[in-house]
Design a protein around this ligand. Structure first.
Ligand code: M6R
Length: 610
C-alpha cells in the first residue's frame, strides 16, 4: 500500500520522482505528492488524486532539485485529501517525511506532542512521526539519530523516507513491515517501496529488512538496525526489464497481463518438468522434500485471488497426494489461535509477497515450528525471504490491480508441488507423465481461449448493464467461480457472488429471475451431470445463463443464452483454462462501463496494512 520513491544525486529529481510514482501508482492512488530540498529552498507539491494530476501541477511551477522524495497514497487514517497527502512536514517546513504502513500508537504520541505545543494539520498517523523526529532534532541530535529515536517509540508498521533541509546530503529510510529497497547508481542513489520504480535507472539493489535503517548519500550508503548496530548489506541484481513493466501496446495492464498468460505459465513451468520420471523438480524446495512429503497436514494460507488459488491447491493435493489440506484466510489465521505443529507444512501464497495479513500468518506459523513455504511472484519479497523454502511463480511483474496472470501461474506451481508430493506417495509413473503431458500443452490451450477475446467482448455487451451476477461451479471449478465473481466486482463494481453450484438451492436460488445473469463453469468432469441439473434449475426460473464448457460439449449449448468453449485438460489443471474467459469477461464489462480497470476505486495492488 502506498508507493514511496526518493532520489539523491546529480540529476534533477523531479522527473525521476514522477516517473517512479507512475510505476508505483498501482500500490495506491488516492493522492500524490513530492518534497524537494534545493539549497535553501524546500518545496512540497501535493494533490488529491492521481500522479497525473500532480504532474500537471508541477508543470505549472517549474521546480528542480538533486534531492527529493515522492509518495502515492492509499488512504488508511484520514480521507484522501490534499492535507492528508504525503509528504508530511515538521512545523518550520524543514523536514519532509513519507510513510507506508500504520503507526498504531499515534494517538498517544500525538497527545504528548500536542502538550509540547506541536500543532497537527492532517488526520493522518504519519504526521506524528514528522513532529516526533522534529522533537528529537530540537534536542540537537543528527537526523539519523532523531529518526532512530523516534522509531523506537513507534508501534505499528512503517516504510519511511525522510529528508531534512539542515542535512541536505542524505535520505534516511527505515523499514518495519513495509518494504523498502535502495537502488545503487553512479553518483546517484534511489530509494523506493519496490523495484519497479528503480529499474529504469539501476538494476543493483539492496533490500532493507524489518528493523533496519539506512543513511543514503549520493555516492554511498550505510545501514544499521534501529537499535544502532551496524550491518553490512548484500547488493542484489534485479532481473526485470523495463518492457515487462510497460503496457506493450495494450490499452490496459490488465489486458496485457491476461494476454501474457501463455508466456507467464510457460515461465512458471520452465525447467521444472522431468517427463521420464513423471516428476517436477523445484529447486526452491530442495532439502525440504522429505519433511513436506511426510507432513501430517498441509495448510495453505493467502488472501483474495491467492486464496482462491489455495482452494484449488487443496483439491489438487488431497486428490493426488493424499495429505489432508486446510485453506485459511491469512487475516483470520493469525488471530484465531490455530493449532499448528512441527509436523505441519504451511504454504503461503502471495503474488506481491508483501501482503501484511499473509506475512503475519507466516510469522505465526513459523513461531509454532511448522515448515513454512512461500509461493510468491515478486523475487526478494518479504514472504519469499521469511519462508523456510519456496517456489517462485515467475509470472513477471503484475501491475493491474486485478490479479490475472499471477493466478494462473500460482495454479501451475501448485500443480507442480502436487506432482512432487504425489509421485513420492501414491501417484504412479504413467499418471505423473499424464500430468506433465497436459502441462506441456497447457500454454497452447490458453492461446486457443485468448483467440476468443473479440467474441467474449461481444458477449460482454449483453451483460454490461446488469447489476448482479452469480458465478457457479463445482469441484475444481468452484474456486474459479469465486475468482470470476471477484474479478467482476473489483473492476466493474457490479455485485457478484460465487458459489458451489449445488449450494444455490440452499438460498441463492431465491435471487434468480430473468434479470439475474448466472455464469456456470461446467466442464466435462466427474460432476458434469450434476451441474447440468443445476443449469436446468436456473433455466426453469428464467435466469440468463452464460456457460463455460468444453470444446466437445453438445448438451449445454441449447440450454443457455451464451457459451464460451475451452479445451479439455487434466482435471486438476482445468481452472487454469476456465478462469481465462472470466478474466476477459470482467475486463470487457469494466471497459464498456468506462471504468479504470487497472486502478479500481478503493483498491491497491499490495495490501501492506492489516
Ligand atoms: O499479493 P497477494 O497475492 O498477497 O495479494 C492478495 C490479494 O490482495 C489480491 O489477490 C487481491 O485480491 C487482488 N486485487 C485480486 O485481484
Amino acid at each position: 500500500m502506498c508507493g514511496i520513491v526518493g532520489y539523491i544525486g546529480e540529476n534533477n529529481c523531479v522527473p525521476i520522482l514522477i516517473e517512479g510514482l507512475k510505476r508505483l501508482e498501482y500500490r495506491g492512488y488516492d493522492s500524490a505528492g513530492i518534497g524537494i530540498i534545493n539549497h535553501d529552498e524546500c518545496r512540497v507539491v501535493k494533490t488529491k488524486g492521481k500522479v497525473s494530476e500532480l504532474e500537471n501541477l508541477i508543470s505549472e511551477i517549474q521546480i528542480e532539485s538533486n534531492l527529493g522524495i515522492g509518495h502515492t497514497r492509499w488512504a488508511t487514517h484520514g480521507e484522501p485529501s490534499m492535507v492528508n497527502a504525503h509528504p508530511h512536514l515538521n512545523t518550520d517546513h524543514t523536514l519532509f517525511l513519507i510513510h507506508n504502513g500504520i503507526i498504531e500508537n499515534y494517538l498517544s504520541l500525538k497527545k504528548g506532542l500536542e502538550k509540547e505545543g506541536y500543532v497537527f494539520k492532517s488526520e493522518t498517523d504519519t504526521e506524528v512521526l514528522a513532529h516526533l523526529i522534529d522533537h528529537y532534532l530540537k534536542m540537537k541530535h543528527s537526523l539519523f539519530q532523531a529518526v532512530r529515536y523516534a522509531l523506537n517509540e513507534v508501534e505499528g508498521t512503517y516504510g519511511i523516507c525522510v529528508i531534512y533541509k539542515r542535512e541536505p546530503d542524505k535520505i534516511i529510510v527505515a523499514r518495519k513491515g513495509s518494504p523498502l529497497v535502495i537502488g545503487i547508481g553512479e553518483n546517484e542513489n534511489f530509494v523506493a517501496s519496490d523495484v519497479n520504480a528503480l529499474i529504469a535507472h539501476t538494476k543493483q539493489v539492496v533490500y532493507l529488512e524489518d528493523g533496519e535503517i539506512a543513511e543514503v548519500y549520493k555516492d554511498s550508503f550505510t545501514t544499521k538496525t534501529i537499535s544502532d548496530e551496524t550491518i553490512i548489506k548484500e547488493i542484489h541484481q534485479v532481473d526485470i526489464g523495463i518492457d515487462e513493466i510497460s503496457k506493450g501496446g495494450y490499452p490496459h495492464f490488465m489486458l496485457k497481463e491476461i494476454m501474457d498468460q501463455p508466456e507467464s505459465i510457460y515461465n512458471s513451468l520452465r525447467g521444472r518438468l522431468v517427463y521420464n520420471e513423471g516428476i517436477s523438480k523445484l529447486g526452491g524446495l530442495q532439502g525440504f522434500e522429505e519433511r513436506i512429503i511426510n507432513s501430517n497436514r498441509i495448510l495453505i494460507s493467502a488472501c483474495g485471488t491467492s486464496w482462491h488459488a489455495a482452494l484449488v491447491g487443496e483439491y489438487m493435493i488431497e486428490q493426488y497426494a493424499g495429505i489432508p489440506v486446510e485453506v485459511e484466510y491469512a487475516s483470520e489465521f493469525r488471530y484465531r489461535h490455530p493449532i499448528i505443529s512441527k509436523d505441519d507444512t504451511v504454504i503461503f501464497i502471495s503474488q506481491s509477497g508483501e501482503t501484511a495479513d499473509t506475512l503475519a500468518a507466516l510469522k505465526e506459523a513459523k513461531k509454532k515450528g511448522a515448515l513454512c513455504l512461500g509461493v510468491c511472484n515478486v523475487v526478494g519479497s518479504s514472504i519469499a525471504r521469511e519462508s523456510d523454502a519456496g517456489v517462485y511463480i515467475h509470472a513477471g511483474p503484475e501491475i493491474g490491480v486485478a490479479s490475472t496472470k499471477a493466478f494462473t501461474a500460482q495454479l501451475t506451481v501448485l500443480a507442480l508441488i502436487t506432482l512432487l508430493i504425489a509421485r513420492r506417495r501414491n501417484l504412479s509413473l504413467p499418471e505423473g507423465q499424464e500430468v506433465i503431458k497436459e502441462l506441456q500443452q497447457i500454454t497452447n490451450k490458453v492461446e486457443i481461449i485468448l483467440k476468443q477475446n473479440e467474441y467474449i467482448e461481444k458477449i460482454a455487451d449483453q451483460y454490461v448493464n446488469c447489476r448482479n451476477f452469480l458465478y457457479l461451479g463445482r469441484g475444481y471449478n468452484f474456486p474459479v467461480a469465486l475468482e470470476g465473481a471477484l474479478k467482476l466486482k473489483e473492476i466493474s463494481y457490479i455485485h457478484a457472488e460465487g458459489y458451489p453450484a449445488a449450494e444455490m438451492k440452499h438460498g441463492p436460488i431465491a435471487l434468480i429471475d430473468d434479470n439475474m445473469p448466472v455464469v456456470f463453469i461446467a466442464t466435462q468432469d466427474s460432476v458434469y451431470d450434476k451441474i447440468i441439473s443445476n443449469i436446468q434449475e436456473v433455466k426453469a426460473r428464467k435466469g440468463r445463463i452464460l456457460a463455460i464448457v468444453n470444446e466437445e460439449d453438445e448438451q449445454i449449448e441449447n440450454m443457455v443464452d451464451h457459451i464460451i468453449r475451452v479445451p479439455k485438460t487434466h482435471n486438476m489443471l482445468t481452472p487454469i483454462l476456465t478462469v481465462i474467459p472470466l478474466q476477459l469477461l470482467a475486463y470487457h464489462i469494466a471497459v464498456k462501463k468506462g471504468l479504470n480497470v487497472d486502478q479500481p476505486r478503493n483498491l491497491a495492488k499490495s495490501v501492506t496494512v492489516e
